[in-house]
Ligand binder design. Structure first.
Ligand SMILES: C[S@@+](CC[C@H](N)C(=O)[O-])C[C@H]1O[C@@H](n2cnc3c(N)ncnc32)[C@H](O)[C@@H]1O
Length: 269
């Protein structure tokens, strides 16, 4: 059992770094406790905690996201999600996060095709959303539908909330550590886009726990088709067999979609 004082000290040190300030304290605590329990020195544990947090979050943000400037720009734009100037802004913002950036070439198709059979959707819960709430104009959600989202970054969540409010979208984003607890909010569709491999870096068992626990009739699950360095050898095959094995204990309906950068499955419970 790691001493609480030492852990508090470690959380404080980790969060002194500019890139770690906005990360959910719960996740820093969990990762920090794992690293201290390995018998590392305090200094090594701080470094290892930061490395792990970088792998699960920071690595997707190659440059700091200029939220303040983007918020200023957002305020000058129309509120209507169909507006071309607003959509151009969304595309530009999504370039700041590797995950949404990789989806931009197929944005027009991705949600329309994967959700075609069940759309237009009434409510969405976007798990480990990154900047995906900015993809809202391309998601077939009914007028008056709800969009909920969560991630570990307080600044990203605040920005997503400002965007949802600006576009008069019902719903909200919140800071949430999915490893700690699976959200209980009931929705029609949950999005777990490129989320599972990321969470598995902290907890190997989270994949099935998340799919089973989330209160959604359908879950759109996806995996990256290549690494961040661009290598793709065997990734689709490996992620597909990992996913199939995970869901094999259930008789859920699974529909498969493959895009150049992403392998997706629509799971219907
Ligand atoms: C590969 S990105 C996917 C982002 C988004 N779903 C998409 O596909 O565009 C993984 C996301 O998971 C978030 N994340 C990592 N660990 C998390 C946790 N324990 N709870 C919630 N979100 C987490 C990261 O901040 C990052 O935004």
């Amino acid at each position: 059992m790691v001493e609480d004082n030492l852990l508090d000290e470690l959380i404080k040190s980790v969060r002194e770094g500019a890139r770690y300030k906005a990360i959910s304290a719960e996740l820093v605590r969990r990762v920090g406790a794992q690293e201290l329990a390995k018998g590392r020195s305090f200094k090594e544990a701080v470094k290892a905690t930061r490395n792990k947090l970088h792998q699960v979050g920071g690595a997707y943000q190659e440059t700091p996201i200029p939220y303040e400037r983007l918020l200023g720009e957002l305020q000058t734009l129309p509120h209507e999600p169909r507006d071309p100037a607003l959509q151009a802004f969304c595309r530009r913002v999504m370039q700041f996060h590797t995950s949404t950036n990789e989806r931009l070439p197929v944005l027009e198709r991705f949600f329309n095709e994967t959700l075609a059979e069940i759309g237009p959707v009434q409510s969405i819960l976007d798990l480990a959303c990154g900047l995906n709430p900015l993809a809202r104009p391309w998601i077939p959600l009914v007028e008056g539908g709800q969009y909920f989202a969560c991630d570990i970054y307080a600044d990203m969540v605040a920005f997503a909330n400002a965007f949802l409010a600006h576009t008069r979208q019902d719903g909200r984003a919140e800071v949430y550590d999915l490893v700690q607890e699976v959200p209980a909010r009931p929705v029609q569709v949950a999005l777990a886009l490129k989320t599972i491999p990321c969470l598995e870096q902290v907890d190997k068992e989270i994949g099935l726990r998340l799919l089973e626990g989330v209160q959604a009739g359908h879950i759109l699950v996806s995996f990256p088709a290549h690494s961040m360095g661009g290598r793709s050898k065997g990734m689709v095959k490996n992620y597909e067999s990992h996913f199939r094995e995970m869901v094999s204990v259930h008789s859920w309906l699974v529909k498969r979609f493959e895009y150049p950068g992403e392998l997706a499955f629509l799971v219907s419970k």
